[in-house]
Design a protein around this ligand. Structure first.
Ligand code: KIV
Ligand code: ZN
Length: 525
C-alpha cells in the first residue's frame, strides 16, 4: 500500500539505516539498527529505508528484523534492477504492514559509459522490467535514476516517463554526487513537471548528497519546485560529506512555514534525542556549531545577544530549544537526587525505558554522582545509551591502574571479574596509557585486536565531564565498534574495548564468527 499525503504534506523518507549506514565507520549491528528504527518511528518519519538486503546476509536480517517489528512507518529496502535483489527486498520487508521496494539504476552519461557500459535504451528496459517485477510483489514501488542531476534533461524525462508507465508510485531524483546548486535543481524539477505527462500521478521525491554543502538547500529547492518527499538522514550522515540532514530540512519547513506553506508529520521534539542516539551508536558526533542539534545551536555567548535574549527570546532565536527536544534547564541532578527525580529527568529527556533499565541506569547515576558534583543532561543521556553495554560479560572491569611518565613507556594493570566470580589481573607496557591498558586487556581476555580508531567526545561540560569513547578495532580482519563512558578517558576506552572483546567471546562461544552489521559489508552500487 502506498502512503498518501495532502498537497501540503512533505513525506520524510529516512535513509539513515541505508545511505547513512553506508558511510565509513557508521555500520551498525542489528540491535543498534532496531533501536534507531524504533526512534525513527517515534520521530514519526513516514518511510524508513532500512537497508540494502542484497548487500549481505547481515543487511537482509536487519531489514527483516525491522520490518517484522512493524513499528508503523513504511519499511523500504533498496534493490538494483535485477530479480535477485528485488526478491530479497520483498522477502525482507513483507513483514511490515506497509512496505516499499526501491529500485534504482544510474542514468547519467558518465555512469552509462564508465560504470554500467549500457546504452540509454538498455537502461530504460532494465528499469521498466525491474519496476514491473517489483509492482507484481508490492503496490508501493519507488524508482531512482541514480546521478539524475548529471543526466541529460530530455533523457531523464524519458526515463521518468517510462518508470511511471511501468508502475512506479514514487520517482526519486538523486543528486548522487552532491553536484547541483539550488537554482539548477529547481530548473530540473520544473523541466520534469513540464515534460513528463503523468508526473502528477506519482510522488516526486528528492535525494541529495552534501559534497558542496548544499544538500539541504537543494532538497528545499526541489520541494519548492514540487517534490513532496525528502530523502534524508539523522545528523546528515552518509557517504563522503553525507546526505541531506533530516533535522535541518524539517526545521526549515516548520520554522519558515509562512514561506513554504508546507508541513511534515515529524514530532520535532524527538529530533535531539534521535540525533544523540545516532551519534552515540555511530560514534560520529555532529560538530558543535551544527544547525539544530549541535551543542552550540542554541547557545548565546555574545553580550549583545544575551541582552537581547533577556528582553525577548525572539530577538536572536528563531526556534525554541524545546521545539527540537532540548530541555531549557541543563543543570540537573546531584548525589542527593533520588530515584524519582532521576526517573522524571530520564522521561523529560525523551527516553522510554523499562523498570529493569531504570534500575540499572540509576545505579550508574549514583556511581557517577559520587565522582562528579553536577550531573548534566548529557551525562544522563550517556548513562542511558551506554547502560548495559558492558554488563553482558563474560568479563567485567573491576579496576584499572595506569602510570605514565613523559620519558618512559606507560604501564597499566587491569583486574577483570569473570562470570564465575574469579578475578584475573594482567599488566602491560605501552607507548601511552591507552596502548598499555589495551594490551593488558588483550592478555587478560585472550582476544587479540588492532586498534584502528579512538574517538573521544565529552558528554557534558567542565573538567569532570564524562568522556564517551568509541573505538574501532580489528579482530580476525573484521572491523568492530565498541563504546564506553567514564569521567576517566582511559577507563572509558577500556570499557569500549572490553565491550567488543566480550561480544567476540560470546560469539565464539556460540560458534559464530561474525556479528551481522557489526562490520561493513556493502555491495557495490
Ligand atoms: O545517492 C544515490 O543516488 C542513492 C540512490 C541509490 C537513491 O543513494
Ligand atoms: Zn544516496
Amino acid at each position: 500500500m502506498s502512503v498518501q499525503s495532502s498537497a501540503k504534506q512533505i513525506r520524510i523518507f529516512d535513509t539513515t539505516l541505508r545511505d547513512g549506514e553506508q558511510a565509513p565507520g557508521c555500520s551498525m549491528t542489528v540491535g543498534e539498527k532496531l533501536r534507531v528504527a524504533k526512534a525513527l518511528s517515534e520521530l514519526k518519519v513516514d518511510i524508513i529505508e532500512a537497508g540494502f538486503p542484497a548487500a549481505s546476509p547481515g543487511d537482509f536480517e536487519s531489514v527483516k528484523a525491522i520490518a517484522d517489528r512493524n513499528f508503523g512507518p513504511v519499511i523500504c529496502g533498496l534493490a538494483r534492477c535485477n530479480a535477485a535483489d528485488i526478491e530479497k527486498v520483498h522477502a525482507a520487508v513483507k513483514g511490515a504492514d506497509n512496505h516499499r521496494i526501491h529500485v534504482f539504476v544510474a542514468t547519467s552519461a558518465i555512469h552509462r559509459e564508465h560504470k554500467l557500459k549500457m546504452a540509454k535504451e538498455e537502461i530504460i528496459k532494465s528499469a521498466v522490467g525491474a519496476i514491473q517485477m517489483a509492482r507484481e510483489l508490492c503496490d508501493d514501488v519507488e524508482f531512482s535514476p541514480e546521478d539524475a542531476s548529471r543526466t541529460e534533461l530530455s533523457y531523464l524525462a524519458e526515463v521518468v516517463s517510462a518508470a511511471i508507465e511501468a508502475g512506479a508510485t514514487t520517482v526519486n531524483i538523486p543528486d548522487t554526487v552532491g553536484y547541483t546548486v539550488p537554482a539548477e535543481f529547481d530548473r530540473l524539477f520544473c523541466y520534469l513537471q513540464e515534460h513528463v505527462a503523468r508526473i502528477n500521478e506519482i510522488t516526486l521525491s528528492v535525494h541529495c548528497h552534501n559534497d558542496l554543502g548544499m544538500a539541504v538547500a537543494n532538497s528545499l529547492a526541489a520541494v519548492i519546485a514540487g517534490a513532496r518527499q525528502i530523502e534524508c538522514t539523522i545528523n546528515g550522515i552518509g557517504e563522503r560529506a553525507g546526505n541531506c540532514s533530516l533535522e535541518e530540512a524539517v526545521m526549515a519547513i516548520k520554522t519558515r512555514a509562512e514561506f513554504f506553506e508546507l508541513e511534515t508529520g515529524i514530532d520535532t521534539t524527538r529530533l535531539y534525542p534521535t540525533s544523540r542516539l545516532v551519534s552515540n551508536i555511530t560514534g560520529m558526533h555532529p560538530p558543535r556549531n551544527k544547525a539544530i542539534v549541535g551543542e552550540n545551536a542554541f547557545a548565546h555567548e555574545a553580550g549583545i545577544h544575551q541582552h537581547g535574549m533577556l528582553q525577548h527570546a525572539s530577538t536572536y532565536e528563531i526556534m525554541r530549544p524545546e521545539d527540537v527536544g532540548l530541555s531549557k534547564s541543563n543543570l540537573v541532578l546531584g548525589k542527593h537526587s533520588g530515584r524519582h527525580a532521576f526517573r522524571d529527568r530520564v522521561a523529560e529527556l525523551g527516553f522510554d525505558i523499562d523498570e529493569f533499565e531504570t534500575n540499572r541506569a540509576f545505579q550508574e547515576f549514583k556511581k557517577l554522582a559520587d565522582k562528579k558534583k553536577d550531573v548534566y543532561d548529557g551525562d544522563i543521556e550517556s548513562i542511558i545509551m551506554n547502560a548495559g553495554s558492558g554488563s553482558l560479560g563474560p568479563w567485567t572491569l573491576k579496576s584499572l591502574e595506569v602510570q605514565t611518565h613523559t620519558d618512559e613507556p606507560a604501564t597499566a594493570t587491569v583486574i577483570l571479574i569473570g562470570e564465575d566470580g574469579n578475578e584475573i589481573s594482567e599488566s602491560a607496557l605501552g607507548d601511552g596509557p591507552v596502548a598499555a591498558a589495551f594490551q593488558a586487556l588483550q592478555s587478560a581476555t585472550g582476544v587479540d585486536m588492532v586498534l584502528r580508531n579512538f574517538e573521544l567526545h565529552s558528554a557534558s561540560m567542565g573538567e569532570d565531564a564524562q568522556g564517551e569513547v568509541t573505538v574501532t578495532v580489528e579482530i580476525d580482519q573484521k572491523s568492530f565498534r565498541g563504546r564506553g563512558a567514564s569521567v576517566d578517558i582511559v577507563e572509558a576506552g577500556c570499557r569500549a574495548c572490553l565491550e567488543v572483546m566480550n561480544r567476540t567471546l560470546r560469539r565464539r562461544s556460540r560458534g559464530e564468527d561474525s556479528d551481522a552489521g557489526g562490520q561493513s559489508a556493502h555491495a557495490t552500487i
